[in-house]
Design a protein around this ligand. Structure first.
Ligand SMILES: *[C@@H]1O[C@H](CO)[C@@H](O)[C@H](O)[C@H]1NC(C)=O
Length: 314
């Protein structure tokens, strides 16, 4: 092929985080603890919801999907980051880099679509409590999850295929801790105009539309509560939507902070800190936000572990 001359590179070097060498072990331990917490916390949520039949409601099935997506999202970047912190040559093969980019986009989008499904679920639960079980049927829930998977596959595929067209010639040092799409575009020696246009348009759609849908469902929840204002109604709305609102603010807060306040200079450090926020901190906190202040989850924890303690019950 014309574009692939002899100097076409087969691997990239991930420069990683700008950490001084004497603090490297401290940060390594910190990231390892954070990653292990993310994995265990999310696995606990998935198992609790699977094992406890009282949690087989749309809200918890979506939550279990969200936990799965969080778990995978942070597994896309963290193990490689931890491995690279220990190795002399932090390299990643070309195909590995595109694969990482694909799954990063995939699970990042999936999270955003699942948050929309969860907002819709809360909207139906509060505005149409009597029709809740008929509207949120298992079929609709499954369709919403399947739709999320479909859309996110298409979106991640689109960007990955567009990236695979590009040539990379001389420079193969990525100033980031994972194969970030915009960092890769800066390295390419092809024309990246089409890629940038698609990122701009799709990025807008993928972030803005889910965010507007979530805002709409919350606006409706608030207006339905204000129609019949009662302390009980407000408390009920807060207890069912509070955790979801916290997760939404955490997710969109970091993403919007990253994209609406781009660094003026070429400071990649701020980008990396923000990327650290939503690849590591958000997936780690989600299980805690849901389980610590949620009576159902605590009840399930008790039920599942007490049942385990009675031996020979079969
Ligand atoms: C995701 O949601 C679907 C539909 O509600 C459910 O059937 C499925 O078990 C969930 N998946 C996980 C991993 O919880």
């Amino acid at each position: 092929m014309a574009g692939r001359n002899q100097t076409a590179i087969t691997e990239f070097l991930l420069q990683g985080l700008p950490i001084e060498s004497e603090r490297k072990n401290l940060f390594y331990a910190l990231f390892l603890v954070m990653y292990v917490t993310t994995v265990l916390g999310n696995l606990l949520i998935i198992f609790l919801i699977r094992l406890d039949s009282q949690l087989h409601t749309p809200m918890y099935l979506f939550l279990s999907n969200l936990s799965f997506s969080d778990l995978c999202f942070s597994s896309v970047t963290m193990p490689k980051l931890l491995q690279n912190m220990q190795s002399q040559v932090p390299s990643i093969p070309y195909t590995g880099c595109l694969t990482q980019m694909y799954f990063f986009l995939f699970f990042g989008d999936l999270e955003s679509f699942l948050l929309v499904a969860m907002a819709y679920d809360r909207y139906v639960a509060i505005c149409f409590p009597l029709h809740y079980t008929t509207i949120m049927s298992p079929k609709l829930c499954l369709s919403l999850v399947a739709l999320s998977w479909g859309l996110t596959t298409l979106h991640a595929m689109l960007h990955t295929l567009l990236m695979a067209r590009l040539c990379f010639c001389a420079d193969n040092v990525i100033p980031h801790f994972f194969c970030d799409m915009s960092a890769l575009l800066k390295l390419s020696c092809s024309d990246t105009q089409v890629n940038e246009l698609v990122i701009f348009i799709m990025g807008g759609l993928i972030l803005v539309i889910p965010f507007l849908l979530i805002l709409t469902s919350y606006a409706r929840i608030v207006s339905s509560i204000l129609k019949v204002p009662s302390a009980r109604g407000i408390r009920k709305a807060f207890s069912t939507c509070g955790s979801h609102m916290a997760v939404v603010s955490l997710f969109y807060g970091t993403v919007i902070g990253l994209y609406l306040c781009p660094s003026a200079d070429n400071s990649t450090v701020k980008d990396m800190v923000m990327a650290m926020m939503y690849t590591v901190v958000t997936p780690m906190l989600n299980p805690f936000i849901y389980s610590l202040r949620n009576r159902d989850m605590k009840g399930a924890l008790g039920r599942v572990f007490c049942r385990k303690k009675t031996p020979f019950s079969v």
